[in-house]
Design a protein around this ligand. Sequence first.
Ligand code: ADP
Length: 191
Amino acid sequence: MAKQHSLILIKHDGVVRGLIGKIVGRFEDIGLKIIAMKMVWADEKLAKIHYKLDEQWAKNVYEKTKKTRLEQGQEFPFDDPIEYGKMIQSWNIDFLKEGPVIAMVIEGPHAIEIARKIVGTTEPRKAEPGTIRGDYAMMESYELANDKGRVLRNLIHASDSEENANHEISLWFAEEELHHYPKELDKHIGD
Ligand code: ADP
């Protein structure tokens, strides 16, 4: 199993709530290796590239939100996935520019899958206890966010595929900012 990399962002809500240490600790506790970390206040350019609007992403966001809101007995009065995606994208861009975030790159076997699992579902209200979103943000919901016309403040971003991880890592870090060093677990998990 080749080791994988994932870009993790502790979003600004996690920073201002003083959760940086707790969130970083979740990744360390699992044994994932942190190979890069810094605080960044994203400008418009970085925010727009990170949250670029692609049609598939817009459709996924639309379908995921619609399904959850209908299951929760709420209305979902939107019929154009692309328009809906554009609205969420612009909320995400505003949120990313709101203040500094912690950006880090983690490394290890199955790193992408493991990170997504410990982060929890997009809507913190639905996230399982034990996940980062479930433990620290469960009061946050689509209902609250959409009623207030703002993004879900769900603490953390984790890359969702190898292709996106590689792209996102190159956006946030220069090659020389990625550090390769041995850790105790390496001898049991190899390259
Ligand atoms: P995830 O972060 O779980 O991978 P997505 O890639 O689907 O989720 O969406 C990116 C981010 O956009 C989410 O983390 C969340 O902050 C925000 N978001 C997604 N859907 C909505 C929505 N319907 N209302 C408000 N914010 C949303």
